[in-house]
Ligand binder design. Structure first.
Ligand code: SF4
Length: 119
């Protein structure tokens, strides 16, 4: 990314999490190592993962969606998962997450102490 994308220069990406990559470019720290791991990644691969700067992540990260997150496969996501020995995501992998949101919304809509089973 260009150095002007960092918060030190009017952008949003935390500059302290980046390092110089040429005269005008920066990269997320850790992503240019022989075993790349972004400094902003909080993960135990295969168990959980999250970007700790999700709201202000670089555009390059925004451009890669998880497979089927928006209804279509993402070859780049599939390759990244394969590199870590993980299977490609399927559309059905997103259904449990949607169901959990609906269960939470159902519970939140009930008056306090009025628990009801979710059909
Ligand atoms: S999405 Fe977040 S954790 Fe992943 S590479 Fe980008 S900044 Fe790093």
């Amino acid at each position: 990314m260009h150095w002007m994308d960092t918060d030190a220069s009017g952008g949003v990406v935390p500059q302290t999490l980046t390092e110089a990559f040429g005269p005008h470019q920066v990269v997320m720290r850790g992503t240019w190592e022989s075993r790349p791991r972004c400094i902003a990644l909080d993960a135990e691969i295969g168990t959980f993962s999250r970007c700790t700067i999700h709201a202000v992540r670089p555009q390059a990260c925004r451009d890669v969606q998880a497979s089927w997150e928006s209804g279509e496969a993402s070859p780049q996501c599939d390759r990244a998962r394969a590199a870590h020995g993980l299977p490609a995501l399927r559309a059905s992998d997103w259904i449990p997450a949607i169901a959990m949101v609906l269960v939470d919304a159902h519970a939140a809509a009930l008056p306090a102490g009025d628990a009801a089973p979710v059909p």
